[in-house]
Design a protein around this ligand. Structure first.
Ligand code: IPM
Ligand code: MG
Length: 363
């Protein structure tokens, strides 16, 4: 029997609705396999701003460092959207990524066979799609310095800096090659090396690392071309690595291959122990969805798949992760759909969908 400490940060919008279902899934796994999960809850994002005046407190960051894993809902909403505000919900998320050094963001994209019709793309384009995007998460233009807003000659201007050093690129490249080696042995590295110096360094380092992984095929693709190839021939990709901002953009695009953002989990990982597991933060990529928040209709499946990734990457519980993934898979096969996939005005509730997965898990 193993004990795991999980910091739970439901956040804003639909975050709390889906996170509570994710916790039920972990509890069910605990009962079935004999593990215990201790959950500590805290605030992040807009709700933390309302309660404490900042998007995340230092005590929350400390608790995160001491936990085995963090289960994260979503942050943000119209209430906190003022671009002039000095505190913003997203700062909580960025602080977690950076302070915990969670430099690799894994975003698997695999359309479910019974949901092929839900995508706007033709079924034949989606056949066999199974992509793992690894987005660099703690550097690049999100964190580069200088970063400022100022007034020069009476004119407002602002600067963000796209920065990468070789260490940051090398660890992403290594992880990409390692994971590609366990899959179809194809790695696509996304950059903008025809224009940006940071991308030329990125490409150079990726090519150097390739020397240690000659059995993996490497392809360098410019980010603009990548957005095109992703919808033209998505099944030609296996593992994709990219810098922070390019990865942000192409993963939203890639999510549409599955028909709904409500299905996609993500894992943010840093240093790993020898058994391959380590502190991680798990977060659905759908965001806070303020338009449907509080109505009990959000799709909980992305959160369930996050819980599975948490079991796999932070608890080293592969069998348990697969049990949860199979329960999600079986539930989708029964034809049950939440509104994001059933069409507005129809579909089952968050709770009904979640219960169906739990029944599969316990049945
Ligand atoms: C994501 C989100 C975040 C990002 C926002 C909420 C800061 O879009 O996780 O993809 O840009 O990284
Ligand atoms: Mg994004």
């Amino acid at each position: 029997m193993a004990n795991f400490d999980i910091l739970v940060l439901p956040g804003d919008g639909i975050g709390p609705e889906v996170t509570s279902e994710g916790l039920r899934a972990l509890e069910a796994i605990g009962r079935r396999f004999g593990h215990s999960f201790r959950f500590e809850h805290d605030l992040v994002g807009g709700c933390a701003i309302d309660a404490h005046g900042c998007a995340i407190r230092d005590s929350t960051l400390r608790a995160a460092k001491e936990a085995h894993a963090i289960l994260f809902g979503a942050v943000g909403g119209p209430k906190w959207d003022d671009p002039g505000a000095s505190v913003r919900p997203e700062q909580g998320l960025l602080a977690l990524r950076s302070d915990l050094d969670l430099w690799a963001n894994l975003r698997p994209v695999q359309p479910h066979p019974s949901l092929i019709g839900a995508s706007t793309l033709k079924p034949e384009v989606l056949e066999g799609v199974d992509i793992l995007v690894i987005r660099e998460l703690t550097s690049g233009i999100y964190f580069g310095k200088p970063r400022e807003r100022r007034v020069v000659d009476g004119r407002r201007e602002a600067i963000d800096t796209m920065y990468y050093n070789e260490h940051e690129v090398r660890r992403i490249a290594r992880l990409g090659f390692e994971l590609a080696r366990e899959r179809k042995k194809r790695l696509t590295s996304v950059d903008k090396a025809n224009v940006l110096d940071s991308s030329r360094l990125w490409r150079e380092v990726v090519q150097e690392v390739h020397a240690d992984f000659q059995d993996v095929e490497l392809q360098n693709v410019l980010v603009d071309a990548m957005t095109m190839h992703l919808i033209r021939r998505p099944n030609s990709f296996d593992v994709v690595i990219s810098g922070n901002m390019f990865g942000d953009i192409i993963t939203d695009e890639a999510s549409m291959l599955t028909g709904s953002m409500g299905l996609l989990p993500s894992a943010s990982l840093g240093a790993r122990r020898p058994d391959g597991s380590g502190l991680g933060m798990y977060e659905p990529i759908h965001g806070s969805a303020p338009d449907i928040a509080g109505r009990g209709i959000a799709n909980p499946l992305a959160m369930f798949l996050c819980a599975a990734l948490l079991l796999r990457h932070s608890c080293n519980l592969e069998k348990e992760a697969q049990a949860l993934e199979s329960a999600v898979d079986a539930t989708i096969r029964t034809g049950l759909r939440t509104a994001d996939l059933a069409g507005s005005g129809s579909g089952v509730s968050t709770r009904e969908m979640a219960q169906a997965v739990l029944d599969q898990l316990e049945g």
